[in-house]
Design a protein around this ligand. Structure first.
Ligand SMILES: [Zn+2]
Length: 500
């Protein structure tokens, strides 16, 4: 087994050049080193020597032209996303090293944010296990200036927080499952967020999960040497960090991320091709942790709770079997129809923890991110995050944030009629559908049972948003290299920035 400290590998991976950039340094004062101009003006011509990049909409149309029109403008590319992807792609192809000065010309604030985040994302590459890695890669002395006046401090802080949160999420999903197992991850989060202002960390091990009667989360991890964990990251603004008021009157938002650190499929084992990338099944938890990183660095005024149910879905003599029945924390008996439909099990029990917080900690809405179904990939492909919601306002909020932050997302229907496919003769219901169709919908309907379970007398369910994502680039794309792309994290960031 790899004897590597998760902390060490992560610290190195997060050495983001934005964090040690000299800002607002006039271009002319740094004559030596690599000079790059990023310009929104069409008058500037691109050069292929890595010295200049035109990021205007016209330049994008010429170079790419892949924008999707119509669809109520929901799939258009925003200024932020266009400049992020063009700058990031330029950065990845030229790999500037040493002393680098970037001068930003004729860019709006939104475009400047895009350029900075693009550089931050492009600078991350997973190199921990590449022995012959070029040490110079990590050694960029970056300075950045713009044409008119200084770059605003708030833009710099936001860009740094976005890039670091994104890179943390990407890094966790890129790590081999032997390193990022449930136990190591829980310990890592405790340490990583332990001293962060406004954040408290609670880890539930197997004993506590048993006391809490979290039969579904325990079932998924029971075949693995690590057992299951639940990490709860609690962010409350205020104190010294926050200048704004009213934080205590706002109810928190709850975020839950699927953290299956490796998914063999269990006894319903996956074929080799389907298992190859399954270290990425931790992506939901990685994204939610990345969001906590962003929220606490940016010191947002919205209280948030982040829940990371962690388990490895292994093959062993102790693994859950098809036909087994487990009792969920919410009190439903669930029959295992297919052991590979494990993500919804870990999520369901974590939902219940989020929804049973008392009084002031009771969430206003619940948002989850899961690498849940292949069916969603069949429906919308790898680049689009399919999502479901029981609340039109929350869905519209997600759509607006997705458009602004340049992540493609599309709302799917919760077709109640399909609930019948989850019915079971031996339990309250089962964990996967006996219809071969609409698998992303029946997965969402399974999760919805745990949204509605809380208070049967309540007139409406808690507003809920469920993302079913791929979260992986099979090859480099825009600002990001091959590997984890933390899909939807920027949508969640956009939603929180709008509320801030
Ligand atoms: Zn699975």
């Amino acid at each position: 087994m790899l004897q590597l400290s998760l902390e060490q590998t992560t610290r190195r991976a997060l050495e983001n050049p934005l964090l040690r950039t000299r800002w607002n340094v006039a271009g002319s004062s740094t004559k030596r080193g690599h000079q790059i101009v990023i310009s929104g003006s069409d008058k500037m011509k691109n050069r292929d020597d890595g010295q200049a990049l035109c990021v205007s909409r016209a330049a994008f149309e010429r170079a790419d032209g892949s924008e999707t029109r119509g669809h109520d403008k929901r799939l258009l590319i925003s200024d932020y996303a266009r400049v992020r992807d063009m700058t990031g792609s330029f950065w990845r192809s030229h790999k500037p090293t040493g002393s680098v000065h970037v001068h930003l010309v004729e860019l709006s604030d939104e475009e400047i944010l895009g350029a900075l985040v693009g550089i931050g994302l492009a600078a991350y590459a997973f190199r921990n296990f590449v022995r012959e890695r070029d040490e110079k890669d990590a050694q960029v002395q970056l300075s950045i200036s713009k044409d008119k006046g200084p770059i605003e401090r708030e833009l710099i802080d936001t860009a740094q927080a976005i890039a670091t949160g994104m890179n943390l999420a990407r890094h966790i999903a890129n790590l081999p499952a032997a390193v990022a197992n449930p136990d190591a991850l829980a310990k890592f989060f405790k340490k990583y967020f332990g001293a962060r202002p406004g954040v408290s960390v609670d880890v539930w091990g197997v004993d506590r999960l048993q006391k809490e009667k979290m039969g579904l989360l325990l079932a998924v991890g029971q075949g693995s040497q690590w057992g299951s964990r639940l990490v709860h990251l609690r962010y409350r603004p205020g104190g010294k960090g926050s200048s704004r008021r009213r934080a205590s009157e706002t109810r928190p938002l709850a975020f839950v991320g699927k953290g299956v650190t490796f998914d063999t499929g269990g006894l319903d084992i996956k074929p080799a091709s389907g298992m190859r990338l399954m270290k990425k099944d931790v992506s939901g938890a990685a994204i939610v942790a990345g969001l906590c990183d962003f929220v606490s660095r940016a010191r947002l005024n919205t209280p948030c709770d982040f829940y990371l149910p962690l388990a490895e879905n292994s093959v062993s003599d102790r693994a859950m079997r098809p036909g087994d029945v487990f009792l969920s924390r919410a009190g439903h008996y669930v029959e295992i129809d297919n052991t590979d439909a494990e993500g919804r099990l870990v999520m369901a029990d974590a939902f219940d923890v989020a929804l049973t917080q008392s009084k002031a900690d009771a969430p206003e809405a619940l948002v989850d991110v899961s690498t849940l179904t292949g069916a969603m990939r069949v429906a919308v492909g790898l680049d689009v995050a399919g999502f479901f919601s029981n609340d039109d306002e929350l869905a519209a909020e997600a759509e607006q944030a997705a458009q602004k932050m340049g992540e493609l997302a599309w709302r799917m229907p919760l077709v109640k009629k399909y609930e019948k496919f989850l019915s079971s003769q031996f339990a309250d219901f089962k964990n996967s559908s006996d219809s071969g169709f609409g698998g992303a919908i029946t997965a969402a309907l399974f999760l919805q049972k745990f949204i509605r379970a809380k208070d049967p007398r309540a007139e409406r369910e808690i507003p809920w948003l469920h993302f079913d994502v791929m979260a992986w680039n099979n090859s480099g794309d825009g600002a990001m290299a091959e590997g984890s792309n933390a899909q939807t994290l920027q949508i969640l960031i956009g939603m929180l920035l709008r509320r801030a």
